[in-house]
Design a protein around this ligand. Structure first.
Ligand code: PNS
Length: 159
């Protein structure tokens, strides 16, 4: 049985993330989506809120579970018996940073492989940061995030 880890900030989860999670769910026996608690970024949504929204929008995938993690990703993968890290690649601009992380993670633990999935072209320009900026400035994020996330963004910005 192969368990894959899909790590990220997911602040908030976008349709691009869901594309990667859904495709990983068809490739691996089980998929653990891991929300990074201590990223250097200041998140709009707390780790708990991000875990809850992911649980809601991934509820239809029976082999997908959601959790939050702190510390080194490879240590968390080892603790949770995940042997594959799945990352999405949107454009060449993602490549250099992702390559650096994949090589460093392999140096830290050679038993854990990083696998890259190319995002669907319809998601190649999509990021959580751009979604937050559009929402903050009053634009529509319909079609970029699940409807539930659109609602949560509206609620968060109304506060
Ligand atoms: O969605 P993001 O912000 O691009 O996700 C980045 C993330 C959380 C996957 C990355 O920052 C990470 O793996 N953080 C955990 C800390 C760690 O292991 N750092 C060393 C990586 S070489």
């Amino acid at each position: 049985m192969v368990r894959a880890l899909v790590p990220g900030s997911f602040d908030p989860v976008t349709n691009g993330h869901l594309d990667i999670i859904g495709r990983a769910a068809t490739m691996f026996d089980s998929v653990l989506v891991a929300v990074a608690v201590n990223s250097s970024k200041t998140p709009m949504f707390s780790a708990d809120e991000r875990v809850r929204m992911l649980r809601e929008v991934c509820a239809d995938w029976r082999n997908v579970s959601i959790d939050a993690f702190e510390g080194l990703l490879v240590n968390y993968a080892f603790e949770r018996n995940a042997t594959v890290i799945v990352k999405g690649l949107r454009a060449v601009s993602d490549f250099e940073y992702e390559l650096q992380m994949a090589l460093m993670n392999r140096r830290l633990n050679q038993d854990i492989e990083t696998v890259f999935l190319m995002t669907g072209p319809e998601h190649s320009y999509l990021s959580s940061s751009i979604v937050k900026e559009i929402a903050r400035l009053g634009g529509t994020v319909e079609g970029l995030v699940p409807n539930r996330v659109e609602e949560l963004l509206r609620q968060k910005l109304a506060k």
